[in-house]
Design a protein around this ligand. Structure first.
Ligand SMILES: [Fe+2]
Ligand SMILES: [Fe+2]
Length: 221
């Protein structure tokens, strides 16, 4: 059975991750590196574990989470689709069954808010985990004046902490964010994350839960 540790060590995965990081950095986007991949992998697995899913589903979610952004090594545009196909090829080469690899391909191909939809438990967990990773360490541009920074960088710079938690005995999936409101307002957050929150809500509903957004302890959704 193919596990995440084997995938992380694979030299092809390493090279593709490295090139994705270089491209994202060259484009001046927020960080999409192995830090982001590792966090999304962990949270995707944790969401399904908290909902009582089996170990196989958790393993697939962790792998999908780790590989979900590798399409960035090709082009940021349509990176979900390109990354999905790339992942299928890597996973079958590493010995994963075609069925499991196809499950991961489907989840990765649906993680981006532009075209993505929750289509399975694995895909839903991946969507929620990916959109939850907002943190100041993701800002890669050198920002001299935070108020002159682009809105994406400003919102991420303001985010001190974010985490996802399954609450109320599996009925609610809550995204908790702590924002420094001296840097960005809650409105700024909504301006750029509205589409992501809508997709997260759909994903939570696919999992039979309600989505909740809690910013600085205040329940907004
Ligand atoms: Fe992505
Ligand atoms: Fe991502």
């Amino acid at each position: 059975m193919l596990d995440l540790a084997t995938i992380r060590r694979d030299s092809e995965v390493e090279a593709i991750m490295e090139m994705s990081e270089r491209q994202i950095e060259a484009l001046g986007f927020t960080e999409h590196s192995r830090r982001h991949a590792g966090i999304v992998s962990k949270w995707s697995g944790e969401i399904l574990r908290a909902l009582g899913k089996g170990e196989d589903r958790i393993r697939l979610a962790e792998i999908a989470g780790y590989l979900h952004d590798i399409g960035n090594c090709i082009n940021r545009k349509d990176h979900a689709q390109s990354g999905a196909i790339l992942s299928y090829k890597i996973l079958t080469r590493l010995g994963m069954s075609a069925l499991e690899a196809a499950e991961i391909m489907m989840a990765i191909g649906n993680h981006d808010e532009q075209y993505g939809q929750p289509v399975s438990d694995v895909s839903s967990a991946l969507i929620i985990a990916d959109k939850a990773d907002v943190h100041k360490s993701r800002v890669k541009n050198a920002v001299k004046d935070v108020f002159q920074a682009n809105i994406h960088d400003r919102v991420n710079l303001a985010a001190e902490r974010s985490f996802v938690r399954v609450e109320e005995e599996g009925k609610v999936i809550a995204l908790h964010i702590e924002i420094d409101t001296a840097i960005c307002s809650v409105m700024d957050y909504f301006e750029i994350y509205f589409g992501r929150m809508q997709l997260s809500r759909k994903a939570a509903e696919f999992l039979g839960c309600r989505f909740s957004l809690v910013i600085n302890g205040a329940v907004l959704l």
